[in-house]
Design a protein around this ligand. Structure first.
Ligand code: URA
Length: 212
């Protein structure tokens, strides 16, 4: 199939968006991925959580954050008594980008390019416009740069509530934004417990804001 820019239906509900995204050929990632992994959760969620891209298990199941990174996210949410089923969880890029290793037996995550992030962004903006969350949580650098631009630095921004009302000059429903690390970075960190504590501290800012 030839590649064409993402065609996002106007004024669509999440089910309609999900169905349209299933056949997206807006970048080349659809060629090797199993399927589009669209966001999941309540259309009335107060919080949209944005990850980077689906991993191996997400690609196979078609659901975001069901693998090891999802387990790390779930652990933190549980600890903060934030109910995941009340959130809307999605990714900046909706297809798995990977390289094959061990003679093709294993698929290893490869960071999506800026071109892929920008090609996929209309879906993320459509999700934000549909859900109109009070809070948007950006997990990791790719999600942060997807919404805040290529020069945004996670380390400068993490752990405090910021304002979001436009993305690259395009208006989005106003929301408070929280940047934090990606749960996969915790799994790779030399001191996992310290990295997890930092993640939890960032998400505590969200949990407290939700309780107010
Ligand atoms: N990592 C992500 O960023 N998203 C997923 O859905 C899974 C792992």
């Amino acid at each position: 199939m030839a590649r064409t820019a993402a065609v996002v239906p106007d004024a669509a509900g999440l089910d309609e968006l999900r169905a349209a995204a299933a056949t997206c050929t807006g970048c080349d990632l659809y060629r090797d991925a199993t399927q589009t992994v669209f966001g999941e959760g309540s259309e009335r969620a107060r919080v949209v959580v944005v990850g980077e891209q689906p991993g191996d298990q997400e690609d196979k199941t078609g659901r975001p954050f069901v693998g090891p990174a999802g387990a790390m996210l779930d652990r933190a949410l549980r600890e903060l008594a934030v109910d995941r089923s009340a959130l809307y969880v999605t990714n900046a890029v909706k297809h798995f980008r990977f390289v094959r290793v061990e003679r093709g037996k294993r698929r290893i995550h490869k960071t999506p390019s800026r071109t892929e992030v920008v090609a996929c962004r209309p879906w993320l903006l459509a999700e934000l416009r549909r859900v109109c969350p009070e809070y948007v949580v950006l997990l990791g650098s790719v999600a942060t740069k997807a919404l805040l631009g290529p020069s945004a630095k996670l380390t400068d921004l993490r752990g405090r509530l910021l304002d979001l009302d436009s993305v690259d000059g395009e208006p989005v429903p106003p929301a408070r934004l929280l940047v934090t690390t990606h749960p996969s970075a915790i799994l790779r960190a030399p001191d996992r417990e310290a990295a997890y504590a930092g993640f939890l501290a960032d998400l505590t800012v969200l949990a407290k804001a939700l309780d107010k």
